[in-house]
Design a protein around this ligand. Structure first.
Ligand code: NAP
Length: 274
């Protein structure tokens, strides 16, 4: 496993995304993932599966301290009291005293960064999170959050795959020394079957999904693909034994012009334009 380091955090470059996984499907996916070598789990209070993620961790037999666990606080809970309530529910669900990474899941434009980021930083000071960061932040939000924070924001978790151009937010995240964690790294299932990715994969004896993950790994970002299929879980980890050529990376980069954003809920910010 390779890692991305940022402000003292060491984030395994491939993690397991768990959104939509619930109940025993989630428990088994987490357990299998950890047993085949994953060391990074991504969940959120909003996913309603933290109990299952914690259960999968315990059933795997893998030591908790060998796993990097991220959860998130929703935009409805960014004021100090609600933030504490959400976080304490998350820790109770996971049955853990702390998480490795705690993120603001989405910004709330009606709450000043001093308040929301202040609550986030307090969670770290209280020992409930080893590191803190954000998700779905734009360039402007990153600059404003950094101006308000008392703790380093170690990552920005954003949508990234070959079909979206995130150059601006990537550059601003890097300017602040942050890791970028790519969600929807296989475009929520739209990568398999895409011509260029299938063709490039064939040349390397890999699948289109593996090409998408490798593209992200070579860009220096982390990726958190979701699957509940043991063969997909293994395949998604098996992206460190081949290298995409510069011309292949350039061809995949050109697909950014597709401009396909998979996740764009009503509470999303005005995104950076390419
Ligand atoms: N911060 C945020 O706001 C935010 C937003 C969205 C997502 N996320 C996080 O990012 C994670 C990943 O994003 P996502 O779940 O939306 O989408 P994704 O990981 O891009 O795609 C998941 C889909 O791809 C399929 N898949 C996985 N591996 C495959 C493989 N090797 N070959 C073929 N198909 C494969 C899965 O089906 P199978 O189960 O059949 O393999 C599933 O249908 C989430 O689970 C969540 O943890 C965060």
């Amino acid at each position: 496993m390779q890692f991305v380091e940022a402000h003292g955090a060491r984030i395994p470059q491939i993690g397991l995304g768990t959104m939509t996984l619930k109940g025993d499907v989630c428990v088994q996916a987490v357990k299998t993932a950890l047993q085949v070598g994953y060391t990074h789990l991504d969940t959120a209070w909003f996913y309603g599966n933290e109990k299952d993620v914690g259960e999968g961790l315990r059933q795997s037999g893998i030591k908790r301290e060998n796993v990097f666990i991220c959860t998130k606080v929703r935009e409805t809970h960014l004021e100090p009291d609600k933030f504490r309530q959400s976080l304490s529910e998350s820790l109770a669900n996971l049955q853990l005293p702390y998480v490795d990474l705690l993120l603001i899941h989405w910004n709330n434009k009606d709450i000043p960064f001093k308040t929301s980021v202040g609550a986030l930083c307090q969670a770290k000071k209280d020992g409930f999170a080893k590191h803190v960061g954000v998700a779905n932040f734009t360039t402007k939000m990153l600059d404003d959050a950094w101006a308000a924070t008392s703790e380093p924001l170690v990552c920005n978790q954003i949508e990234m795959h070959p079909f979206i151009n995130q150059d601006k937010v990537l550059a601003t995240s890097k300017k602040h020394g942050m890791a970028v964690v790519a969600y929807c790294p296989i475009a929520r299932g739209k990568v398999p079957g895409a011509d260029a990715l299938e063709r490039i994969g064939k040349a390397h004896g890999k699948s289109a999904a593996q090409v998408s993950l490798r593209y992200l790994v070579q860009m220096g970002v982390c990726a958190i693909p979701r699957s509940d299929k043991p063969d997909h879980l293994k395949a998604n980890l098996d992206v460190f034994d081949f290298k995409l050529a510069d011309a292949e990376m350039a061809e995949l980069k050109k697909l950014n012009d597709t401009n396909m954003r998979v996740v764009n809920p009503p509470h999303a910010p005005v995104w950076d334009t390419p």
